[in-house]
Design a protein around this ligand. Structure first.
Ligand SMILES: Cc1cc2nc3c(=O)[nH]c(=O)nc-3n(C[C@H](O)[C@H](O)[C@H](O)COP(=O)(O)OP(=O)(O)OC[C@H]3O[C@@H](n4cnc5c(N)ncnc54)[C@H](O)[C@@H]3O)c2cc1C
Length: 446
């Protein structure tokens, strides 16, 4: 029997399990699936832990989320086509779920599909190699519960470990002299510690803007957002948040920026992004790419061009998340099950080059990013039986962009129409800035 290893039981890995399970449900003969997950539970980044650094087994902590995180986009742009929020929660809910609500939803579908039995928890993958003679992969894993390393053979490997867990943390001149907390956003767990403090946030991408607004919500004295190239947009910040030039050097508590201005702060949070990091993949199987919408080396954005029996899910920069993982997983399933034919290496590389060129030529701003990824999703949908109204979700994205521009610290107080059910979500019962209860129970209260 064909054997498939899925590495990671975060949203992408769970999409892969669900893709196979839907076929099994219809009576199709599916391969044997083994999913290795290094954490003790599923949900990937959404599975919050208080730990930072190394976990209780000495493994790098995967979680990059802080406790009071809320979805940064409307749930209507990531809702599964085959399992709506309404089905999961039994009623329409507001559009910007808290982290526990998101975790409940993403794992709810997996629970219903009964795919947990395919997952081996606390089992990090240590090594993946490929033997061209046998056409098989060897996957070496560490069963941490029993402290036992073993190797198994597979016909296909699907890497679904995400790419927002290994920090990209550049050095800034003199940062070692700083007299306060310096941390990367990967290690941020709770912003209460910054109450009444002056904070420098370095980096103006999603993490930067989100963490700045989170610090504001939880009562910090001031936030300076130090950015590299582009300002965040036309956001109207309150008086105690300001955008400024990139950090140049640090001397004790004084930070000097590229334009020569200075700011004294109590803490520096590096929102400087993440690295694609696959230490367990053999050199010739390792994906090497920047964080972009058309990743290098991936035919159709998922098939490793140098070895079409190897797949990487969710490796692109993300406007779409859960639905994109689904269409990729459905596509990968159909390749593995022989329903989609992958062309030869030359054609695969041409496909990669075309995607990269198209992104370079057409993606200049947030709206372009959304359109580019929406087109990519449509392309994969055309080849599988996963389906939803991509244009309707695109419209929700455009409303989100407008709402962020209008009122960044209040964009979560809006609601949108589900492309899957056609129903309008209710407004939240409490504005985001006044709501400090992130529990599922509170979120579902009317
Ligand atoms: C701070 C932050 C906020 C975000 N907010 C949002 C948001 O609001 N909305 C949204 O849609 N998306 C958001 N995202 C994007 C996020 O990438 C996706 O929502 C989603 O979690 C990606 O799923 P994934 O399965 O690809 O990766 P992950 O969620 O990272 O899951 C990967 C899994 O692989 C496991 N793993 C890693 N290494 C190994 C190994 N060697 N062996 C076995 N298992 C391994 C990990 O333990 C983990 O469970 C956010 C990301 C970050 C960092």
């Amino acid at each position: 029997m064909t054997r498939v290893a899925v590495i990671g039981a975060g949203p992408s890995g769970l999409s892969q399990l669900r893709a196979f399970q839907t076929e099994a449900q219809k009576g199709a003969k599916i391969p044997e699936i083994v999913c290795y997950e290094k954490q003790d539970d599923w949900g990937g980044l959404w599975n919050y832990t208080w730990r930072t650094g190394l976990d209780e087994y000495g493994e790098p902590v995967h979680c990059s989320m802080y406790r009071n995180l809320w979805s940064n986009g409307p749930k209507e742009v990531l809702e599964f086509a085959d399992y709506t929020f309404e089905e999961h929660f039994g009623k329409p809910i507001a559009s910007y779920p808290t982290r526990p609500v998101m975790l409940d939803y993403v794992t709810g579908r997996a629970k219903k599909a009964d795919v947990r039995k395919w997952i081996r928890f606390r089992t990090p993958v240590r090594r993946v190699t490929y033997d061209a003679d046998t056409g098989m992969f060897s996957v070496t894993v560490h069963d941490l519960f029993n402290d036992n390393e073993y190797t198994e053979k597979f016909d296909h490997v699907v890497v679904a470990i995400g790419h927002f867990s290994t920090p990209n943390a550049p050095h800034f001149d003199g940062i070692e002299t700083f007299n306060g907390r310096v941390l990367h956003s990967h290690d941020l767990r709770d912003v209460h510690e910054f109450k009444d403090k002056d904070v420098l946030v370095v980096g103006a991408s999603y993490s930067g803007e989100e963490i700045a607004s989170q610090c504001w919500k939880y009562g910090c004295k001031s936030v300076t957002i130090s950015f590299h190239k582009e300002p965040l947009g036309s956001y109207k910040w309150p008086d105690n948040i300001k955008e400024a030039a990139l950090l140049k050097k640090v001397e004790k508590n004084t930070c000097t920026l590229e334009d020569g201005s200075t700011v004294d702060v109590d803490a520096i949070i590096l929102c400087t992004g993440y690295k694609h990091h696959f230490p367990f993949m053999a050199k010739e199987l390792k994906l090497r790419t920047a964080n972009r919408f058309a990743p290098a080396s991936l035919y159709k954005g998922v098939v490793f061009a140098d070895n079409p029996k190897l797949f990487y899910l969710g490796m692109q920069d993300q406007s779409y998340t859960f639905t994109m993982f689904d269409v990729q997983a459905w596509y990968v399933r159909d390749v593995i099950m022989g329903r989609i034919r992958v062309p030869d290496r030359k054609a695969r590389m041409t496909d990669v080059e075309d995607r990269v060129a198209r992104e370079d030529a057409s993606v200049k701003n947030l709206s372009d990013e959304i359109c580019y990824q929406a087109d990519y999703i449509k392309e994969l949908i055309a080849e599988t039986d996963y389906n939803f109204d991509v244009d309707a979700t695109k419209e929700v994205f455009f409303q989100w962009v407008k709402h962020k521009d209008e009122k960044f610290l209040g964009f979560r107080d809006n609601c949108y129409k589900s492309a899957m059910t056609g129903n309008m979500s209710p407004l939240p019962h409490t504005p985001w800035k006044d709501n400090f209860d992130d529990s599922v129970e509170s979120y579902l209260t009317e």
